[in-house]
Design a protein around this ligand. Sequence first.
Ligand SMILES: CC(C)(COP(=O)(O)OP(=O)(O)OC[C@H]1O[C@@H](n2cnc3c(N)ncnc32)[C@H](O)[C@@H]1OP(=O)(O)O)[C@@H](O)C(=O)NCCC(=O)NCCS
Length: 186
Amino acid sequence: MKLELKTCTVRSWEWRDRDAIVRHANNRNVWMNLRDRFPHPYTDRDARNWLECIVGHEPETNFAIAVAGEVVGGIGFILQHDVARRSAEIGYWLGEEFWGRGIATEAVIAVTAHAFANHDLCRVFAHVFDWNRASARVLEKAGYEFEGRMRKSVTKDGKTIDQLMYAIVRECLFVGVALRGHPSYP
Ligand SMILES: CC(C)(COP(=O)(O)OP(=O)(O)OC[C@H]1O[C@@H](n2cnc3c(N)ncnc32)[C@H](O)[C@@H]1OP(=O)(O)O)[C@@H](O)C(=O)NCCC(=O)NCCS
């Protein structure tokens, strides 16, 4: 998979991405906004474990974000099961030196469209830590709607905090964002 966007390329993970993953993922400011299963410190062994899980995995739901040929972050979605089987949870991270350039917004828009186009989904959602204003803003810019506050739902770095629930449903993808003319949406 390869999506050429204005600010970045979203593509399949490759074995050669290992060093770049460590370079950008080994950052406490990134880790602070993600689940604890994202390691910190982030070592060479962690990057190898990640690639072992992900390279060639089908269906492909995790992608690298690359700038000028180098991986600078990741984005993916988790297909849900049972009665939530037409939903997916989206997640993403970017190396700190690349923040503030619109990269995550463009990647979220493109991967959301890709998820709807390739899976029988009617909903894509995200959980955002209450302190993560940048991620909430990314989702709003990508057409996701704020649905509610999950009070005291996570414990991160010793603090028990709220999460914000954002979601986009299939009809809004076409009616809302497409009408705003974003080229990444079908
Ligand atoms: C969240 C993250 C992906 C954003 O990536 P990014 O490429 O910098 O995002 P964008 O540039 O597309 O958009 C960021 C928006 O947030 C805004 N923003 C940034 N910091 C902010 C803050 N402290 N308060 C309010 N808005 C803020 C920016 O101004 C921008 O909005 P604008 O275009 O209206 O000005 C990146 O910061 C990151 O990887 N953080 C660590 C991991 C993470 O949080 N992942 C998401 C978990 S839900």
